[in-house]
Design a protein around this ligand. Structure first.
Ligand SMILES: Cc1cc2nc3c(=O)[nH]c(=O)nc-3n(C[C@H](O)[C@H](O)[C@H](O)COP(=O)(O)OP(=O)(O)OC[C@H]3O[C@@H](n4cnc5c(N)ncnc54)[C@H](O)[C@@H]3O)c2cc1C
Length: 459
């Protein structure tokens, strides 16, 4: 392919939910946008998330209450939080920064900043999807946080901590739960019903609908990985040569794209693109897993477990069991036993899952799991952790130590960053994009609103 360059008004790197919403909103404002992604549309972390519009999650991840629980978590490689021994030293600088963010003053400031994005998150999504003509892709029936062993006094304490932050909720007893939300296991004694939160019926359908809307407004897409960004003679993206794409592309396919404005929305992979420009981005991949099931009875809203640290979300595709955090960087192989472990928790909370062919507790039952995998038609080898069952998925949450995204410009004119939305990228995509667009348009007051999300905090 000959070296061709082209000129674009605006380029967005990354077609995850953050890049898609950004590209749609910019195109809707009348800009001509080119969206680039090396892996296609919505195939990264945004593909398989739990679909929860989790506006109640106002507390930053750096919580001092985590510290005493850490040894227990770390001794269980299939527990809610795991660090691969081979990756521990690499993640250490992140952990040091993370622990620093537990200090009360920082934690409180981070929470206020998060609340700013969460409070407007659902209205921003509703407006966007109304405009896109696909409002049916989100529902706002609330979600449940269920408790099995926790005493009522502690449940009420947890509820109070959310209520103090303005989160609408109701504490439900077992009898209330059984009449209002039939299907929950008998072991569930209490729940907090967050009445104003929501969910999408399918993250994948949502991404694809946004993409179709983007195209229908005249947006352009190129499936091509960006090798680097240069700024010496004006902003430009340099595309990585891609054999397959090259075979399909015409002679006119550009290798260098000069642009007046560039927004980086490359999730956890943004780090290397920024490093080439001399910016530090202490982003870590918090790997999570999902497992899809299809019980005869689905819950009517997302059900998260306080003790098990996982969530079940009813979707168009079935019931999605999702969660767990694993620090393993971006390169180490997935451990699919972590995904299988979700089934064990799902069955304990939602007995309708017991009627499906299943893998038992993956930690204790390799032989049983092999038989079930074989029955399900999967390729079986002795090391189950390395086999990806067809119904399982993993994704890398892009997380910064203070739990805040980067919504920021920099000293290079026209270069913007929109990334690092941790466990809440789906939730915050629309509200965070609103703030970015205000900043790009230099709206009065926007710099102040966006100050907590500036890239300067790391540079
Ligand atoms: C198990 C799990 C459950 C979750 N549940 C929820 C939930 O219920 N609610 C919620 O709000 N959030 C949830 N999240 C978090 C949410 O999924 C993420 O915050 C969000 O998807 C991040 O979106 P993104 O667009 O920044 O990243 P991504 O979706 O990863 O998109 C980044 C894109 O950039 C592309 N890219 C990277 N580098 C380049 C390059 N050099 N050139 C071109 N393209 C590039 C990638 O191919 C990718 O498509 C969950 C995450 C996980 C793992």
């Amino acid at each position: 392919m000959s070296s061709v360059s082209s000129q674009q008004q605006m380029v967005v790197i990354g077609a995850g939910v953050i890049g898609l919403v950004t590209a749609c909103c910019l195109q809707q404002q009348g800009h001509q946008v080119l969206l680039l992604d090396g892996n296609g549309v919505g195939q990264g972390c945004s593909f398989g998330n739990a679909g929860h519009l989790a506006t109640e999650q106002v507390f930053p991840l750096a919580d001092p209450a985590l510290l005493p629980k850490l040894p227990g978590f770390l001794l269980d490689p299939l527990g809610p939080l795991a660090i691969r021994p081979r990756y521990f030293l690499k993640a250490l600088p992140f952990f040091v920064r993370f622990i620093n963010q537990m200090r009360p003053k920082k934690r409180s400031a981070n929470m206020q900043a998060l609340k700013q994005l969460l409070q407007s998150a659902i209205p921003a999504w509703q407006q966007l999807l109304d405009d896109a003509g696909c409002a049916h892709l989100i529902k706002t029936d609330g979600s449940l946080l269920v408790f099995e062993q926790t005493a009522l006094a502690q449940v009420e304490q947890v509820a109070q901590s959310y209520a103090q932050q303005g989160v609408a909720l109701e504490v439900l007893t077992k009898a209330q739960l059984q009449s209002r939300f039939p299907g929950l296991a008998d072991s569930v004694n209490y729940a907090i019903w967050f009445s104003e939160v929501g969910q999408t019926i399918s993250p994948n359908l949502l991404n694809q609908a946004l993409f179709q809307w983007f195209l229908s407004m005249g947006g352009q897409f190129l499936q091509q990985k960006v090798a680097n960004i240069s700024s010496r003679h004006g902003l430009a993206v340099h595309l990585e040569p891609n054999q397959m794409a090259a075979a399909q592309q015409s002679e006119a396919t550009p290798q260098i794209i000069a642009t007046a404005q560039l927004v980086v929305c490359a999730g956890v992979h943004s780090k290397s693109l920024l490093a080439q420009l001399g910016f530090k981005l202490p982003i870590e991949a918090e790997r999570g897993y999902h497992l899809m099931t299809s019980p005869a009875l689905l819950p009517v809203l997302p059900v998260a477990s306080f003790e098990r640290k996982m969530i079940m979300t009813p979707m168009q595709e079935g019931l999605r069991l999702a969660g767990t955090v694993e620090f393993a960087g971006t390169e180490l192989a997935d451990n699919w036993q972590r995904a299988e472990r979700l089934r064990f928790h799902g069955e304990a909370l939602w007995p309708a899952l017991l009627n499906k062919p299943q893998l038992k507790d993956a930690k204790n039952g390799k032989a049983e799991a092999s038989a079930a995998l074989a029955a399900a038609g999967n390729d079986v080898s002795p090391d189950l952790s390395k086999i990806r069952p067809a119904n399982c998925w993993s994704g890398m949450r892009p997380t910064l130590p203070d739990s805040l995204p980067v919504i920021s410009g920099c000293d290079i004119p026209g270069l913007w960053f929109h990334l690092g939305h941790q466990h809440l990228g789906l939730t915050m995509a629309a509200s965070s994009t609103r703030l970015l667009l205000k900043l790009m348009a230099k709206e009065p007051g926007s710099a102040q609103l966006a100050a907590p999300f500036s890239l300067k905090r790391f540079n």
